[in-house]
Design a binder for this molecule. Structure first.
Ligand code: MN3
Length: 197
């Protein structure tokens, strides 16, 4: 049994003009698909066949199987990234908005902390809003690494690998992060993750 590439929650051109259909077609159709294919090649016919994605990630981590960890974690990270965005981005509400006020002093201050994290991540990686105990935190991870293996619950993520923004923003990661923060965040998804933590 193989993992399937997750269906995008919206059309490839749905996030235009912020993320082009061209970027989506490479990022989703080539990069994300490539991770899924590589993971399937590594687990088919092994005792990991039939495990959940989270179980594969945990086992690869425990076994020190860096190649499999990378492709499985990148599969999870991209699934989560697509869901972290929406063509109908709104504002945080309810108890997540209250938690953001408490942790950061407001959504604008959260944005500043998230942007500092995302632009400060050296090389490839991810910026996250996570539930950490009863509160919220912003954290960065390098390469394929993810909060799941650090006992933190992810609420939102932004992919800061160059392939996420290079076609649309060239080297201007800060411009891409601004667009993510101001135009793309799916706060309903974050709220759901906050409630289910
Ligand atoms: Mn990516």
């Amino acid at each position: 049994m193989s993992f399937e590439l997750m269906a995008l929650p919206y059309a490839e051109d749905a996030l235009e003009p912020h993320i082009s259909a061209n970027t989506m077609s490479f990022h989703y159709g080539k990069h994300h698909k490539g991770y899924v294919d590589k993971m399937n090649d590594a687990i088919n016919g092994t005792d990991m066949d039939g495990m959940s994605l989270e179980e594969v990630i945990a086992k690869a981590k425990k076994d020190g199987n860096q190649g499999l960890f990378n492709s499985a974690a990148q599969t999870w990270n991209h699934d989560f990234f697509w869901k972290s965005m929406s063509p109908g981005s709104t504002a945080p509400s309810g108890d997540l908005a209250a938690a953001i006020d408490k942790a950061f002093g407001g959504v604008e201050e959260f944005g500043k902390a998230f942007k500092t994290c995302a632009t400060g991540q050296f090389g490839s990686g991810w910026a996250w809003l996570v539930a950490d105990g009863d509160g919220l935190a912003v954290m960065g991870t390098a390469n394929a690494d993810l909060p799941l293996v650090q006992d933190k619950t992810a609420l939102l993520t932004c992919d800061v690998w160059e392939h996420a923004y290079y076609l649309d923003y060239q080297n201007k990661r800060d411009a891409f992060v601004d667009v993510f923060l101001n135009n793309l965040i799916n706060w309903d998804f974050a709220q759901e993750n906050w409630e289910n933590r």
